[in-house]
Ligand binder design. Structure first.
Ligand code: LLP
Length: 427
């Protein structure tokens, strides 16, 4: 990965620290996050979109107080999708007006908390939610700015579970079916809601700008319909997140500048054609910012060659710290980082220590044939949707997140302890 580099002697380092030192100091398994890389990626998005747009980091990819502070300092906004994420954002002093609240089934307490905090946008996802939020905002005596999430009918080429804009799924209100237009009518009829614009998110781990362009065109089409029916020009559109990253060298992701240029061009062109003032654009990248910035550091526990098949390498973590391989058939790479080796490569499968055979971290990879217990291996590009989707399966203790910058390493999320687990189990 970009974050792990080798010095002239072949020693693996990150942010000015050697990987073996980090393992000795913080233990394994651990997520190691390169703060400078995170900031550089956040800044690249900010700069690509410029001052005429807003970049909301999608907190579901990975959220912690340190990350919120970095985002704030780099001029990004934040997308949260639960009161838990909102609590972290507020605890780290993200200004509420720079937060957007998402979710297809936000609870009444979540909506109340968000309105009370003064979040910049609530992204509405159903008719019931329009009523709920209007009642809550009305009761608090505020006019809550909102977006309506629409389903644009784009088939994004990604795993079914993470594609979100085709018709037969739970998110958003259908554009073609008329539900989106009806939601606009209902929101405009609520004095406690201020309709700021339309939101679309077409899916995740997408490599092609075409799907975003179709979404942008259809969203602008709705803005024109709203103008024609209601005489109002909505000032904002949010085209969501979903830009893919390289998990292995076979992936070829688009850059923030490429996506910004493509979206800007299509939104301008479509608005000009419809006679609309170009709205303010927002995007919500999560994975593309944090994904490449971290790797998971594991210690090898056992090495088991299966004659004629492959060698199973068991590490001290597994599906509890990275569910993506089991859940989405995701591909990862792996490297030996505690030493150099000139041994020939052997075909391996990196597996965890959990009680099921689907507990696979890296399905197919090559590692040196002299790999042995005690070696450290790193799985790159685990910054997104790994710690945030980590579980306590088999009462595993969720690993810490170690941030490294300028030769200094610090824990930003500490390792769970058995006391943490026992504290919840009140007998
Ligand atoms: N905005 C909205 C409304 C979203 O639902 C999502 C992701 C994002 C932004 C950020 O998408 P990103 O840029 O990170 O692709 N657990 C899955 C990914 C689920 C994504 C859910 N929504 C995975 O591990 O691949």
């Amino acid at each position: 990965s970009r974050t792990v580099t080798r010095d002239d002697a072949g020693t693996a380092t990150v942010g000015g620290r050697t990987v073996t030192e980090l393992a000795a100091e913080f233990g394994t398994p651990a997520y190691v996050l390169d703060e400078a890389d995170f900031r550089a990626r956040a800044r690249a998005w900010r700069e690509a979109f410029g001052s005429g747009a807003d970049v909301y980091y999608a907190g579901k990819a990975f959220l912690s107080k340190a990350v919120v502070r970095w985002l704030h300092e780099e001029g990004l906004n934040l997308d949260v999708c639960s009161s838990g994420e909102l609590a972290v954002a507020l605890a780290a002093q993200m200004p509420a007006e720079r937060i957007a609240l998402h979710g297809n089934n936000k609870s009444v307490p979540e909506l109340e908390q968000a309105v009370k905090a003064g979040v910049g946008h609530v992204v509405l996802d159903s008719y019931q939610e329009i009523e709920r939020l209007a009642a809550i905002a009305g009761a608090q005596g505020v006019r809550q700015p909102v977006l309506i999430r629409v389903t644009v009918g784009v088939e994004a080429h990604t795993h079914e579970f993470i594609a979100t804009a085709h018709e037969d799924q739970k998110f958003g209100l259908s554009l073609s079916g008329g539900a989106a237009a009806e939601a606009v009518r209902r929101v405009l009829a609520e004095p406690a809601l201020e309709l700021r614009g339309i939101h679309s998110h077409i899916g995740s781990q997408i490599f092609d700008t075409a799907g975003f362009e179709v979404a942008a065109r259809r969203v602008v089409g709705l803005l024109a319909e709203v103008r024609d029916e209601h005489g109002v020009e909505l000032p904002e559109i949010d085209l969501g997140g979903g830009l893919g990253i390289a998990y292995t060298s076979e992936d070829d992701p688009r850059t923030p500048a490429e996506i910004a240029t493509a979206l800007d061009a299509i939104v301008r062109r479509e608005c000009a054609a419809a006679g609309l003032t170009t709205p303010r654009l927002s995007v919500e990248p999560g994975r593309a910012i944090v994904g490449p910035t971290a790797f998971t550091l594991y210690e090898v526990g056992t090495v088991k060659p299966l004659e004629g098949l492959r060698t199973y390498v068991s590490v001290d973590g597994g599906m509890s710290d990275n569910i993506r391989t089991a859940l989405y058939d995701a591909t990862y790479s792996v490297a030996l980082v505690s030493r150099t080796s000139t041994a020939q490569a052997m075909l391996v499968r990196v597996v965890g220590k959990h009680c099921e055979s689907g507990d696979i971290v890296v399905k197919d990879a090559f590692l040196p044939a002299d790999l042995a217990p005690g070696d450290l291996i790193a799985v790159p590009a685990t910054g997104a949707y790994c710690r945030s989707m980590a579980s306590n399966y088999n009462h595993a203790l969720r690993p810490p997140v170690i941030a490294v910058a300028d030769g200094a390493a610090r824990v930003i999320v500490r390792r769970e302890t058995e006391e943490d687990l026992l504290r919840l189990d009140i007998g």
